[in-house]
Each structure stands twice: as structure tokens, then as C-alpha cells.
Design a protein around this ligand. Structure first.
Ligand SMILES: *Cc1c(COP(=O)(O)O)cnc(C)c1O
Length: 425
């Protein structure tokens, strides 16, 4: 029996047996008990599967990872302690010093820093490409040592919509996986594997949690990329791992090779696990994801339509508006054409006008967060993207006057009334 996504949101992952708690328990334990030294040794050698130390695996974290894997239609997933950790692991799992990868230039500011500055210090180089460029143009960025292509389904905060099928075609033509950050769309609005993506990651801090209670991330593996076909390119997966007595991930784990390596090697060595308590909070959010996301989108559509008609507003960017550059792609790629709850716009007048508007909002709060049940607003050029130079801002598509407005699930009329009074103040 194949359950629909709404049912998976509520029930997937944790399936209690007779007499067990109905609600997913929090296994707040670092360690797990065994009765023989041999059993424990087999776990360390990956000969047997089981829990032994929460840095590698924890039942609560695994229940939630399994739910998200099912929501995305993947074969396996791991939770990480933040979205940043998920982005880093998703690349570092298949790239090492001397390697290269390619990313869409319109990505989250934190990811941009990670790829452009910090990965470079590890000897891994990233080339940024305009996601709207032609296949031929993007193909030019590939080199013999290129190991992955990366993009965001809906970029934060530029809101460009990634043509996942196009990106998948390019990646596969060059024999590398496509990794997609699906944070803003969520699997409710888009399941990138259906369009050819190989790996999906999220900042679960955003819509998946939805209540701003925990920072977290997740990586999901489709199981579809054939690492063995490009054996020499992905030796970390296709040749023996000395730290596990010569075990080879593709041989031992098949379709689960990538996600297993991320868990037993990267998590073992780098250790960015979430606390089981945070996984519990994330799961509470996931239980209503299918109810919240459509409401976010419905409210955002109303706010975008209101802003588009307002004479104080210079421009509005929301893919649900028929005037938007990405409207047709959004209709094709997203469930019911719904993208996300985030709208960006600019006001007529100078940068001060944007600051004055934001300071006058009452219901909608200025916070660094986004994709929350409560409407919130941010000025990326002064906040999340302040580390970026003017040139990098342009490359990332972030205009200096851009206001990022994350529409919550309050009553849309109340949100619009707050915008109206702040514009007139
Ligand atoms: C917030 C965000 C991240 C980083 O996630 P954290 O949980 O804050 O570490 C990555 N990608 C996107 C699209 C984001 O919005």
C-alpha cells in the first residue's frame, strides 16, 4: 500500500508495535547496551546494523530521517545539526582536495560563503553559473575533476526557480549527480527526484519545522545515481575505505552507498548530529507540513497581488504572479503551481525607504529567520548577505533594495493591513 504525502507527514517513520508509545519517543541517550563484546565489535565493523553511539545513529533521529526520505521519495536520509552541515556534507561526501564542483550562483548567502570561501580552503573549488543560462553555457564550466552540480529549487532570497530537469540533464551528460537544496519548496510543492535530481538537502529549520524551534538539516538520497558507472570519479564510494577495514560502500550498500558513507564516515568524523530532542520538535512540525505549506502559499499569493497593485511598490517577485519570469516553470514543476510563502519586493525611493517601512511594521517582525508560521521580514543586503561584496550581491541576484517578506499562516487580511499601515506611516 502506497500512502499519500499527507498521510506520510502525519504517520511515516515511527511505527509503534503492540503496547509501544503512540507518539514517537525521544531516545535521549548517547549510548546503547549490548550483552557481548562480539555484538559490539560487529556494529563497529558495519557487519551488523544497530545503535551504539548517537553521534552515528539514534532511533529518534532515524525515525524522522525516514519520514523525510519517504516524503521526498528517496531510499534513505540523515539528519544533520543544521542546514549548513547538510550542504557541506552533501558535497564533501563526494569531493576532496583537488576536486571541483559547480553551483547555481543564486543560492542562500550562507551556502555561497561555504562554497566560495570555506570549501576553497579545503582545496575544493566551486564555479558559480547563472542558473538561467543555456545548457551549452553551463556545460562550459565542467572540468575533468568536476564531481557535482548544485542548485536551489527556489533560491533564498532571489526566488529564482531552478529548472531541475535542465540541471539534471546537464549533470548527467557530464557524469555527475545533481544535488538540490529543496528548503523553500518542501516536498509538498516539489519532489526534485521526480525531475531527475539525485540528492536533495534541506535546512529543516525553515518550513519543515515551521515554528522556529530548532536548527537542523537533512540529506536525502534518491539511490538513483550510478556511482560505479563513473568508478574512477567517485573512488570514495567505489574503492575500499581503510577506516572500515577495506569495506567498499557501493559493494556493501548498493543504492544506499552515498547516504551510508555520509553517516558512517562523515558523521563519525565530523559529528554534526542533531539532538534527539530537536528531531522530536522537527517531527511535530512535519506532522502539519501538508496543512501549513498550502496556507503559506495562499497568503503569499494574496500579499504578492496586493503589492503588485500598490503604487509605492517598485517591483514584486513571486512565481505565482502570471507576470513573473518563472510563472510557467513554477506551474509545471510545483504542485498546484504553488512555490513557497516568501515574496520579495522593492519600494520606490531609496534604501532608507525600505528600512522605514520595515521599522513601521507591527504584526510582521524583523527577524533573521524565514519560512516560519509568523510573518517575518528581512533586508538581506543589511542582514544575511552583509558579508557579500557589491559584486557578489549582483552575482547572487540580491538587489540592495530587496525586502524579503516571509508570509506566515495568520489571516492574510491582517498581514496586508499591517503592510498598508507601514507603507503609509
Ligand atoms: C537557511 C538556509 C540554509 C542554511 O540552513 P541553516 O539551518 O540555517 O544552517 C540553507 N539553504 C537554504 C535555502 C536556507 O534557507
Amino acid at each position: 500500500m502506497k500512502n499519500n504525502i499527507e498521510t506520510l507527514c502525519v504517520q511515516a517513520g515511527y511505527e509503534p508495535q503492540n503496547g509501544e508509545p503512540r507518539v514517537m519517543p525521544i531516545y535521549q541517550s548517547t549510548t546503547f547496551k549490548y550483552s557481548s563484546t562480539e555484538q559490539m565489535a560487529d556494529l563497529f565493523d558495519l557487519k551488523a546494523s544497530g545503535y551504539f553511539y548517537t553521534r552515528l545513529q539514534n532511533p529518534t533521529n532515524d525515525f524522522v530521517a525516514s519520514k523525510i526520505a519517504q516524503l521526498e521519495g528517496g531510499v534513505g536520509a540523515i539528519l544533520t545539526s543544521s542546514g549548513q552541515a547538510a550542504s557541506f556534507y552533501s558535497i564533501f561526501n563526494i569531493c576532496e582536495a583537488g576536486d571541483h564542483f559547480i553551483s547555481s550562483s543564486t543560492i542562500y548567502g550562507g551556502t555561497f560563503n561555504l562554497f566560495a570561501v570555506t570549501m576553497k580552503k579545503l582545496g575544493i573549488e566551486c564555479t558559480f553559473v547563472d542558473p538561467d543560462a543555456s545548457e551549452e553555457e553551463i556545460s562550459k564550466a565542467f572540468r575533468p575533476n568536476t564531481k557535482a552540480l548544485f542548485g536551489e529549487t527556489i533560491a533564498n532570497p532571489v526566488l529564482s526557480v531552478l529548472d531541475i530537469e535542465k540541471f539534471a540533464r546537464i549533470a548527467h551528460y557530464h557524469g555527475v549527480p545533481l544535488i538540490v537544496d529543496n528548503t523553500f519548496a518542501t516536498p509538498i510543492n516539489c519532489r526534485p527526484f521526480e525531475f531527475g535530481a539525485d540528492i536533495v538537502m534541506h535546512s529543516t529549520t525553515k518550513y519543515m519545522d515551521g515554528h522556529a524551534t530548532q536548527v537542523g538539516g537533512v540529506i536525502v538520497d534518491s539511490g538513483n545515481f550510478d556511482w560505479e558507472q563513473y568508478h574512477d570519479k567517485f573512488k570514495g564510494l567505489t574503492e575500499p575505505d581503510e577506516s572500515y577495514h577495506g569495506l567498499t560502500y557501493t559493494k556493501a550498500f548498493g543504492k544506499m552507498a552515498y547516504i551510508t558513507k555520509a553517516t558512517v564516515q562523515l558523521m563519525r568524523d565530523l559529528g554534526s548530529i542533531p539532538s534527539p530532542n530537536n528531531a522530536f520538535l522537527l517531527n511535530l512540525g512535519l506532522e502539519t507540513l501538508h496543512l501549513r505549506v498550502p496556507r503559506h502559499c495562499e497568503n503569499a499569493q494574496k500579499v504578492a497581488e496586493y503589492l503588485e497593485k500598490n503604487p509605492n511598490v517598485a517591483w514584486v517577485n513571486y512565481s505565482g504572479l502570471p507576470s513573473n519570469k518563472y510563472y510557467a516553470l513554477a506551474q509545471k514543476q510545483f504542485t498546484n503551481g504553488q512555490s513557497c510563502g516568501v515574496v520579495t519586493f522593492g519600494l520606490k525611493g531609496d534604501r532608507e525607504r525600505a528600512i522605514r517601512f520595515m521599522d513601521n511594521l507591527k504584526l510582521c517582525c524583523i527577524v533573521t529567520h524565514v519560512a516560519d508560521a509568523r510573518t517575518c521580514v528581512l533586508h538581506p543586503a543589511s542582514h544575511t548577505h552583509r558579508q557579500l561584496s557589491d559584486e557578489q550581491l549582483v552575482e547572487a541576484g540580491v538587489r540592495p533594495d530587496l525586502i524579503r517578506f516571509s508570509v506566515g499562516i495568520e489571516n492574510a487580511n491582517d498581514i496586508i493591513a499591517d503592510i498598508e499601515q507601514a507603507l503609509n506611516a
